[in-house]
Design a protein around this ligand. Structure first.
Ligand code: ADP
Ligand code: GN1
Ligand code: MG
Length: 363
């Protein structure tokens, strides 16, 4: 039997009466509900995916630390994202069935986009993730628990892929033989960022690591409010954050677009996002980090495409899917996007150089 929502919610706020709890948003990981109560305030109630985040207390501790830190810094950074604590001071509730729950104040009049429709929105998205990184630049990296180890580590993702190919649990391999060839043809060039890291040319920083553009909340006037989904804030390279945001925030279509001709990198959106992002970050990034940004979208598109394909072979056990071939469809869309980024590599590089030059001339 399911534990009723009002019981769960009362663990967080016993003074308010739950009126409704409806599924909300389009995240792939947790079960998210918008809760309305007899007060003016709405809430987000989340059943945390503890198969993916296996140490929920440590996960929650990370988020609390980051939110506290941001609040204390008093930057321009918006501090609207607030978790509700239980009476015992914890930020999660473990129910009798072994499920973990957490609650946030619902940020009023906020919205997210799975795809960005204008340069202004792209600019706002870049500003939001850029200022998040700016504010966290001095956060002590080693105090954060690694919620998903080797999250964007290409070698790790490749070995998971190889394992799923070897297991071929659902005999789906025969469908994707040419896709395996595509993966093999790209791996060595994709090692670039990991290698620069090993050579200490780019530092590990506190990064968000899940900078899908729908992890930015926008207000009624399409201005960015804040970034959300802090589950993967942990050590990473700046390229991970820039790359994943471009993958989703400067693509012409949704992440799972079925009509491949509709999927390409939109250079106008790319330019606007990059401008918003670099305005916030250029002053503290080192030159190699800046010089390599052009390549980051290719790497993250490849890594996440590879994860979709791996999950397809594994029988769709990680990402939420709407239909049987959803993960495969996501793979094809992301592969198409990667091809388009490769074709436009030179232009993307030029755009970034110009933004960097203009910003440095200004200061
Ligand atoms: P997932 O990891 O499953 O993507 P998220 O934490 O991103 O989970 O939450 C899912 C969705 O819920 C978001 O994309 C956003 O639409 C909405 N959401 C999350 N937190 C808030 C909040 N505090 N206020 C308003 N909407 C929110
Ligand atoms: C997941 O949680 P959500 O939906 O924002 C995933 C990301 C992927 C993304 C692909 C913890 O993000 O890494 O890039 O789906 N998050 C986790 O859409 O695996
Ligand atoms: Mg999310």
């Amino acid at each position: 039997m399911l534990i009723p929502f009002d019981f769960i919610f009362s663990q967080f706020l016993s003074s308010e009466k739950l009126m409704s709890a409806e599924p909300y948003g389009s995240g792939h990981i947790h079960k998210t509900y918008q809760v309305k109560t007899n007060s003016q305030q709405d809430y987000i109630l989340q059943k945390i995916n503890h198969k993916i985040f296996t140490n929920v207390p440590a996960l929650q501790d990370n988020i609390e630390k980051v939110l506290d830190y941001l609040k204390k810094r008093k930057d321009d950074f918006d501090n609207s994202l607030k978790m509700i604590l239980l009476k015992n001071g914890k930020s999660y509730y473990l129910d009798a069935q072994g499920n973990y729950w957490r609650a946030f104040i619902f940020i009023p009049d906020s919205k997210t986009f799975n795809k960005i429709a204008s340069s202004d929105l792209a600019y706002e998205g870049g500003k939001a993730f850029g200022s998040f990184l700016y504010s966290l630049q001095d956060f002590p990296v080693d105090t954060l628990y690694e919620t998903i180890p080797e999250f964007h580590d290409l070698d790790h993702r490749m070995s998971q892929f190889e394992q799923s190919v070897n297991n071929d649990t659902l005999q789906r391999l025969n469908e994707i033989e040419t896709e395996i060839e595509f993966v093999s043809s790209r791996v060595s060039k994709m090692r670039r960022i990991l290698e620069l890291g090993k050579q200490n040319k780019i530092p590990l920083r506190v990064t968000h690591n899940d900078t899908k553009i729908n992890n930015v909340l926008f207000n009624k006037d399409d201005k960015a409010i804040c970034v959300i989904d802090l589950d993967t804030v942990m050590p990473g390279y700046i390229h991970y954050d820039f790359g994943d945001a471009i993958r989703t925030g400067a693509a012409s279509a949704d992440e799972d677009e079925a009509e491949l001709c509709k999927m390409f990198i939109d250079l106008e959106l790319f330019e606007s996002y990059s401008k918003g992002f670099l305005e916030q970050t250029v002053e503290f990034l080192n030159q190699t980090e800046i010089d390599e940004l052009y390549f980051a979208p290719q790497l993250l598109t490849f890594i996440i495409a590879l994860r979709f394909l791996t999950d397809y072979l594994n029988g769709d056990v990680y990402f939420k899917v709407d239909h049987e071939k959803h993960n495969l469809q996501r793979w094809y869309a992301q592969k198409q996007l990667l091809l388009s980024m490769e074709e436009n590599e030179h232009e993307m590089r030029q755009i970034l150089k110009k933004i960097e030059k203009d910003l440095k001339n200004k200061s």
